[in-house]
Design a protein. Structure first.
Length: 144
C-alpha cells in the first residue's frame, strides 16, 4: 500500500499563512479582565453616620463688641463716648476684663494717630487682663 503525497510542484496551492493567530491574545485579555473585575471592591451606596443622641447644645451667644477709636490727636472714644483721661480708660478696661464672657474690643486707630497713643491703649488692656483685643480698619493703611 502506497500513499501519495504532494511533491510541492507548481500546481500545488500550499501558501504560507502570514496572519497572526489572535486567539491566545483574546484569551489572555479575558483572563486579565476577569481578574480586574474580581479585585475591584464592591461599591456600597450607604453613608455611615454616627448621629448625636440627646438634645443639641444651645447656640452660642454672640459676644458683645466694644469699639475703641484713637484719633490723630490722641483722643480716645469708647463706643463713641469720649474718654477724658487715663483713669477713665482704666475703669472701662477693668470693667470689660471682669465681665463673663469678656467683650471683644475692636481698636480702630486713625491713620494719622501716632504709635504711642495706640500702644498706650494696647498696653493698658494687656495690663488689666483683656484677652480679646483686635485691630480693625487696617485697610486704611494699604495703598497710597
Amino acid at each position: 500500500m502506497a500513499m501519495s503525497m504532494p511533491t510541492g510542484g507548481e500546481g500545488d496551492d500550499l501558501d504560507v499563512v502570514v496572519d497572526m493567530n489572535t486567539t491566545p491574545l483574546i484569551d489572555v485579555m479575558l483572563v486579565l479582565l476577569i481578574m480586574l473585575i474580581i479585585t475591584i471592591p464592591i461599591q456600597t451606596h450607604a453613608v455611615k453616620m454616627n448621629l448625636p443622641v440627646g438634645n443639641p447644645p444651645p447656640p452660642p451667644v454672640p459676644p458683645q463688641v466694644v469699639n475703641i477709636d484713637v484719633d490723630f490727636d490722641g483722643t480716645i472714644t469708647w463706643n463713641g463716648d469720649a474718654i477724658p483721661n487715663d483713669t477713665a480708660l482704666e475703669a472701662h478696661l477693668h470693667a470689660a476684663s471682669v465681665m463673663d464672657p469678656q467683650p471683644e474690643i475692636h481698636l480702630n486707630p486713625n491713620k494719622l494717630a501716632t504709635y504711642k497713643y495706640v500702644a498706650h491703649v494696647m498696653a493698658e488692656a494687656q495690663r488689666l487682663g483683656v484677652h480679646t483685643l483686635g485691630l480693625v480698619g487696617n485697610e486704611q493703611f494699604i495703598g497710597p
